[in-house]
Write a protein that binds this ligand. Structure first.
Ligand SMILES: [Zn+2]
Length: 281
């Protein structure tokens, strides 16, 4: 076998899109037998706790967090340099990160909600929006995560323009140099979702997102890379809509990955494997 895929979705809209996404993704992952992780904002969990608590025993589903209200851990400053607006701003886009006390409160509160409403000790987090170089320059943030028992994160999710795609050479690593050897950075390789591929208009592998995805699968397989795939509960107002849109490319991607003998892991599986290299899953 060669290459590894981890599937993780930001579930953050606290809306009907959350319901459509979760119903669709659960059906899809059950059918394919592929594990998946949802990164919940505390607000979304509060609103949909009944539905999510009924899914929590699904052995393929892992629960992680995405802060309480989607506060950014770091500011982002996008400079695409392609003469087109980005997030309705031109030519650049700035989005300010939260203060340290605010971030600490948001993460603590969401850890408690996941524990109280779902009975889960949460170990994972995706940093809202994702950042260039993840948290290699922010030991203060790593300390907050460590204090809260967070061990597996996705924050390395932008390129040097604070745009995308994140190069696949950005593979998972432990924050040992920063003094937190127990925290694993998974990254989000490639685009964070189909809408970002659209924005950056990447036709280098073909005219649609699927062409890009299939091309990356080939590289993941050949180079034995780890690919942490991301999507969001956006524009998925029902299960049917999910199946026709995001569910379609996710299904085709995972089926093609299986054909290429790429394996599917959870963040915890990868953590154990990287922490104990002798332990071969
Ligand atoms: Zn998000």
């Amino acid at each position: 076998m060669s290459g590894t895929i981890i599937c993780g979705y930001d579930v953050e809209t606290a809306s009907d899109n959350t319901i459509g996404f979760l119903e669709g993704a659960e059906e899809l992952h059950d059918r394919l037998g592929v594990p998946w992780t949802i990164y919940l904002t505390g607000k979304t969990l509060e609103k949909h706790s009944e539905m999510i608590s009924q899914m929590v025993d699904n052995p393929l589903l892992n629960i992680a967090q995405h802060t309480y209200s989607h506060v950014l851990l770091k500011s982002i400053y996008m400079r695409p340099g392609d003469d087109k607006p980005v997030h309705n701003s031109y030519p650049n886009f700035f989005n300010k990160g939260g203060s340290l006390p605010e971030i600490r409160e948001e993460i603590e509160k969401t850890q408690a909600l996941i524990h109280d409403l779902l009975g889960v000790e949460c170990r994972g987090l995706t940093g809202p929006w994702g950042y260039y170089r993840g948290l290699v320059d922010r030991p203060d943030l790593l300390e907050i995560l460590s204090d809260n028992g967070i061990l597996c994160i996705r924050t390395n999710a932008r390129d040097s323009r604070d745009c995308q795609p994140t190069p696949f050479t950005e593979q998972p690593f432990f924050y040992a140099d920063q003094g937190f050897p127990e925290i694993l950075e998974l990254g989000v390789q490639g685009y964070q979702d189909d809408f970002y591929w659209d924005r950056f208009d990447d036709r280098s592998h073909g005219n649609n997102y699927q062409d890009y995805l299939f091309s990356m699968l080939q590289e993941v397989s050949e180079k034995n890379w780890i690919w942490n795939i991301c999507s969001h509960d956006h524009d998925t107002s029902s299960k049917e809509v999910f199946m026709e849109t995001k569910g379609k490319w996710i299904r085709e991607l995972l089926e093609r990955a299986r054909d290429l003998n790429i394996r599917f892991l959870t963040p915890d599986d990868l953590y154990e494997e990287m922490k104990n290299p002798a332990h071969n899953i």
